[in-house]
Design a protein around this ligand. Structure first.
Ligand code: NAP
Length: 246
């Protein structure tokens, strides 16, 4: 129970890595606000959190919209009194080769991943600064380190999250707020199941540990970064990818 008494807010918590993260945080004792653009999936995960004996709150919010983010943080703070842990996990993919990618697909991916993470950091920081405690964990991607064909939008957003993480880490370190990023490799979720089968198999063949990642493989590292076990880490980027891209 490394997170007893803590309150976590997880964006994109309705499925995949976000859902596994909500449950892993709850198992360690945290109460969890589950945010998703789809309220029904947030509610279903909130029920799973409650079944683990923790308090939960389901919130519909689009992280790319400042008004939604402001209202979400106000609701969580009203319900739980504080936010100790923010996990910026919400994401979408809109893959296409550069010559075919629309401006709208570029803007949407940057807005959800990069602007969304920035808006959420900005919205939670005041409370964390006042209480001189906070853990912010941003989901980047291996694509942000090595770039991916068909993902100029996503790779740029995920590399941007690395810069965002380091800049926010430097600004907030003096307030005892740790800000770190995770770069998952290929994890088995709806997001990667939507990739064409031959590309999926080619990516899996590149993994030295010879298996696709599970959402729990990422959730366990989120718990580590949310806990006091990582209290001397900030601005770090942890690669969790089975050795792919090393
Ligand atoms: P996923 O299964 O597609 O889940 C993403 C969640 O985010 C969904 O519940 C989605 O809701 C929600 N979401 C989308 N847009 C949102 C918005 N504007 N506001 C709030 N919530 C929103 O994806 P995942 O594979 O678990 O990925 C989670 C994070 O890890 C993402 O940031 C992703 O880029 C990153 N990541 C994943 C992998 C991987 O291999 N899976 C690898 C590297 C990094 P709806 O689906 O209902 O719209």
């Amino acid at each position: 129970m490394r997170l007893e008494g803590r309150v976590a807010l997880v964006t994109g918590g309705g499925r995949g890595i976000g859902r596994a993260t909500c449950l892993a945080l709850a198992r360690e004792g945290a109460d969890v606000a589950v945010c998703d653009i789809d309220l029904a999936s947030a509610e279903s995960v909130a029920k799973e959190v409650e079944a683990l004996g923790r308090k939960a709150l389901a919130i519909r919010a689009d992280v790319s919209q400042k008004a939604d983010v402001t209202a979400m943080v106000a609701r969580v703070t009203e319900a739980f009194g504080k936010i100790d842990i923010l996990v910026n996990n919400a994401g979408v993919i809109r893959d296409a080769m550069l010559h075919k990618m629309t401006e709208e697909a570029f803007d949407q991916v940057i807005a959800v991943h990069l602007k969304g993470a920035w808006l959420c950091c900005q919205a939670v920081m005041e409370g964390m600064r006042e209480r001189r405690f906070g853990k912010i964990i941003n989901l980047s991607s291996l694509s942000g380190k090595v770039g991916n064909i068909g993902q100029t939008n996503y790779s740029a957003a995920k590399a941007g999250i690395v810069g965002l993480t380091k800049a926010v880490a430097k600004e907030l370190a003096r307030y005892n707020i740790n800000v770190n990023a995770i770069q998952p490799g290929f994890i088995d979720t709806d997001m990667t199941r939507s990739i064409p089968e031959e590309i999926r198999l080619a990516k899996i063949a590149e993994i030295p540990l010879q298996r696709v990642g599970r959402p729990e493989d990422i959730a366990n590292v989120v718990v580590f970064l949310a806990s006091e076990d990582s209290s001397y880490m900030t601005g770090a980027v942890l690669e969790v990818n089975g050795g792919r891209g090393m």
